[in-house]
Design a binder for this molecule. Structure first.
Ligand SMILES: [Zn+2]
Length: 452
């Protein structure tokens, strides 16, 4: 058994019932937090001792929605100022050329970017399987494994192409049969539901406008049989409202209700355009949400009414969304944008810094139904921890009267320390085991090729 001690912690923000401890320590055995306390502690008998003097330590962030492959397509000139449907129609034509290597490398790059900004658990929504490349999900799993992140992959899908009234072109959709068969394959191969597992899989048809009704229902039935979570995009834009009304005679949340998709095993990305009745329905059914403020701002989609949802039964997490519509994977920035954007819509105290951090940690854990394993620094939970040095950082200079809130208010740039499942993955701001430069170079090479 490996014993780890983290001592002299300037401020430990546990996000366990708001408990914050000064001059704290954490004792860890293998991957599990065994003891939390404050004051002097004996270092002998530990295999690893980490001195966290001048550091604030938090639980690692949980990113609840992403499209890793899109990190190859950031800031594409032709769609920098486009709204969602136009942006999608243009990018499908570029995205259709991705292959196994592109997915593998972009996964590593996207995860590295998030790990540097504090993410220790992430999901991804991979819904693009161009003709001839049915096994891209496998490349993603392989890439995520290399990074050491706790990964909740979602096997996405698109089955409704332009000729059938959907948005994507034929070249990137699969048949319902192909998709259902692959669910079985990837669940058998990769989904590990054991406590503290590093790899899990959920199912995620892309959106109401790219998947058939039958596939939505069959996916839900498959998920129920195998006890899996379900995920999709919902109520992101006004165009989607119009599409759903025309096509299904009802708005997005009502359509999901009809499909049996409102329950405690479902989380939706976005949820921007909602009525008060929609929010009540989502709350009554304990539905989860990945809030993506930067993407919503970037595409001009709108402001999700988080302020109205934060005290309901909804489970709410934060997410960077894909890098074609963010166009960063900087999770710290996402937390800050979440806080600020709610204030634009609902006033100066709509979301506090600690509320935003809580949504980013315990909130995200609830969205992925991992609240018993991660999301707070609690005895018995996984040692997924991040640390920020306070005293020698330009952005925090003058902000140390509240070292926790200053991470959000003063725009913390990146973590100095990250531990995932008991393993140190970032030390002094650098990856312990990933060759960052190698993958950046490779990513730029692939991106150039795909955009040319
Ligand atoms: Zn998305």
């Amino acid at each position: 058994m490996k014993k780890t001690l983290i001592k002299n912690i300037h401020t430990l923000a546990t996000f366990d019932n708001g408990k914050e401890i000064k001059n704290a320590y954490i004792k860890i055995e293998d991957n599990i937090i065994k003891e939390i306390g404050s004051g002097e502690v004996e270092s002998s008998g530990f295999d690893v001792v980490i001195d966290a003097k001048d550091m604030v330590i938090l639980p690692g962030f949980v990113n609840t929605h992403h499209h890793f492959y899109q990190s190859l397509f950031r800031a594409v000139p032709q769609v920098q100022d486009a709204k969602l449907f136009d942006w999608l129609v243009f990018l499908y034509e570029k995205w259709k050329n991705i292959d196994e290597e592109a997915v593998y490398v972009s996964t590593i790059v996207a995860v590295m970017e998030m790990m540097k900004s504090g993410v220790t658990t992430t999901t991804d929504h991979l819904y693009l399987f161009p003709k001839g490349h049915p096994y891209l999900f496998d490349s993603e799993i392989e890439g995520a494994k290399l990074t050491g992140v706790r990964f909740y992959g979602t096997r996405g899908s698109m089955s409704l192409s332009k000729k059938d009234g959907g948005l994507p072109p034929d070249s990137v959709v699969q048949t319902d049969e192909e998709i259902l068969k692959d669910y079985e394959r990837v669940i058998n191969l990769y989904h590990d539901p054991k406590p503290f597992s590093m790899t899990r899989v959920a199912l995620a048809p892309c959106s109401p406008f790219s998947v058939t009704k039958e596939l939505m229902i069959q996916t839900r039935e498959f998920a129920n049989r195998h006890n899996l979570l379900l995920h999709t995009h919902l109520a992101e834009t006004k165009d989607e409202d119009i599409y759903c009304l025309e096509k299904f005679g009802k708005r997005p949340v009502d359509y999901m209700e009809e499909l049996g998709w409102l329950n405690e095993n479902v989380w939706f990305a976005h949820l921007v355009h909602l009525t008060d009745e929609d929010i009540k329905k989502l709350s009554d059914n304990n539905v989860g949400m990945a809030h993506c403020p930067t993407s919503n701002m970037r595409l001009g989609s709108g402001i999700a009414p988080l302020y109205k949802m934060k005290n309901t039964n909804m489970r709410i997490g934060i997410a960077v969304d894909g890098s074609s519509s963010n166009d960063t994977g900087n999770f710290l920035l996402e937390i800050r944008n979440a806080m600020l954007l709610q204030r634009v819509a609902y006033g100066e105290s709509a979301l506090t810094a600690r509320e935003a951090l809580s949504i980013a940690t315990t909130g995200g854990a609830k969205v992925l139904r991992l609240e018993n394993e991660i999301g707070s620094i609690t005895v018995g939970k996984a040692a997924d921890l991040i640390g920020f040095k306070l005293e020698d950082r330009l952005e925090f200079a003058g902000g140390l009267s509240d070292p926790v809130a200053c991470l959000v208010f003063c725009d913390a740039k990146q973590v100095d320390f990250s531990m995932i499942n008991g393993e140190v993955v970032i030390e002094d701001g650098h990856f312990v085991h990933i060759d960052e430069e190698k993958y950046i170079a490779k990513q730029n090479e692939i991106s150039k090729k795909l955009l040319s």
